[in-house]
Design a protein around this ligand. Structure first.
Ligand SMILES: [Zn+2]
Length: 428
């Protein structure tokens, strides 16, 4: 399918000026970005009506199927939230639940301009089946813990071999849930697998003060990044979600290993975990990405809200309104995420995947047209997303979803899955 998006304002990258022009798509790739021309024989022409085309957003950390648990455990401390509310339901999850939970999340993703995500959850085949419906870029991140690690290495090997070659829009990261849920033998085994295969790894890292304190007590004063570094977990780089309590030494180690921190401002704020040192990361030339974390802890998958928090939490923490500007948040939500996950996208360039969002500039919250980049971060929200294109396919278009399942079916199934899990947990 050849698509011509014309009469548009184009933000090819947050670090470049916005210009008037058009974009041509052939199959899953962008084949032209530039000024107006009339020589492209398109199957479909879309008049953008002077609205803004930008890269699709990359949600670099989530647990998609946890959308099933939205609203069941709020206003609780993190430990009670996880151990009393979430784990008892997760115990009964089936691949079918994960499929419908992921579909619910994907509907929300495309509605909100998200075209790429990194998912750490159970049943990767069910997650992949859901993501394939809508064609989002998908990074499957293994979240092993010592509790669920029986036959784990065989599983990692199986999924790594399957998903490393299945499509250029899918990647697989071996990894761990977190340091505090992993015995040393498991960390070493995953590190050895990464060393043998050259794979990058993924983990939750230094999310809470308790996690860091407990780790230093257990491991001779070493923080989670220092301890994992010692075991070779980061030898090929990778991604680390949260990084809330990371000091100068931790950040230097992560940078040296090429590990990209994924910032989850909304989740950290709602669970009262803290504020990640984004300013320090940027100041030391790191390129953090942004995630929403799971819907059970956020509770929205809104990269617009996360971009706002990415910038404004630093203004608050540093008592400096210039600390992290809007453009840094836009870069983190697009190019940094795509690059960290290894997908050819995050900017509107010839040859990149056609992962594109059309933003409504003709709405009250975007006027006057003074500075579109600032408005995208500080005043835009999901209601400004008019259209989302994933790998050259229009998957969301002003209220219409083209994601393989109808919203009505997804809503009904997600209700059924949650009620069934609650019933099983109650009778246990
Ligand atoms: Zn998480």
């Amino acid at each position: 399918m050849k698509i011509r998006l014309y009469n548009a304002k184009i933000m090819a990258s947050p670090s470049e000026n916005i210009f008037d022009g058009e974009i041509h798509i052939d199959g899953e790739r962008i084949v032209y970005v530039g000024t107006t021309r009339n020589d492209f024989m398109a199957d479909r022409e879309i008049d953008c009506r002077k609205n803004l085309l930008m890269s699709g957003l990359c949600n670099a950390h989530t647990h998609a199927a946890m959308s099933l648990f939205r609203g069941i455990a709020d206003d609780l401390p993190l430990e009670a939230w996880l151990y009393d509310k979430i784990f008892p339901l997760e115990e009964f999850l089936t691949p079918d639940d994960v499929y419908w939970g992921t579909m619910l999340q994907i509907a929300e993703f495309v509605r909100n301009g998200i075209t790429c995500f990194a998912d750490m959850y159970f049943y990767p085949d069910a997650v992949y089946a859901a993501a394939r419906n809508a064609g989002l870029c998908l990074a499957l991140c293994c979240g092993l813990s010592s509790e669920n690690s029986r036959d784990a290495l065989k599983e990692i090997e199986k999924y790594f071999n399957k998903y490393s070659t299945i499509s250029r829009r899918v990647r697989y990261f071996p990894g761990l849930h977190a340091e505090y849920t992993s015995e040393e033998s498991l960390i070493t085994a995953v590190s050895d697998f990464a060393a043998e295969t050259g794979a990058q790894t993924y983990i939750h890292l230094s999310e809470t003060l308790k996690e860091v304190g407990d780790c230093t007590v257990r491991h001779n004063g070493l923080t989670p990044p220092q301890y994992l570094y010692k075991l070779g977990f980061f030898d090929n780089g990778g991604l680390a979600a949260h990084c809330v309590y990371t000091d100068k030494e931790d950040l230097a180690l992560l940078k040296q290993c090429g590990v990209v921190p994924v910032i989850n401002g909304g989740s950290n704020l709602k669970l009262a975990s803290g504020i990640a040192p984004v300013y320090s990361m940027l100041y030391s030339d790191m390129s953090p990405a942004i995630g929403t974390d799971g819907t059970a802890s956020n509770n929205a998958s809104s990269m617009f809200r996360e971009m706002y928090l990415f910038s404004c939490l630093q203004k608050h923490a540093m008592k400096d309104a210039a600390a992290v500007p809007a453009e840094s948040a836009l870069l983190a939500a697009t190019e940094n995420g795509y690059r960290a996950l290894g997908f050819e996208g995050g900017s509107l360039r010839k040859g990149n995947f056609a992962d594109i969002v059309l933003i409504d500039l003709h709405s009250p919250n975007m006027y006057p047209h003074s500075d579109h980049k600032k408005s995208l971060v500080f005043s835009a929200d999901n209601s400004n997303v008019l259209m989302t294109i994933c790998g050259g396919n229009v998957v969301y278009d002003q209220g219409e979803y083209h994601i393989g399942e109808s919203p009505e079916t997804i809503y009904r199934k997600s209700e059924e899955c949650l009620r069934k899990l609650q019933k099983k947990a109650a009778t246990e």
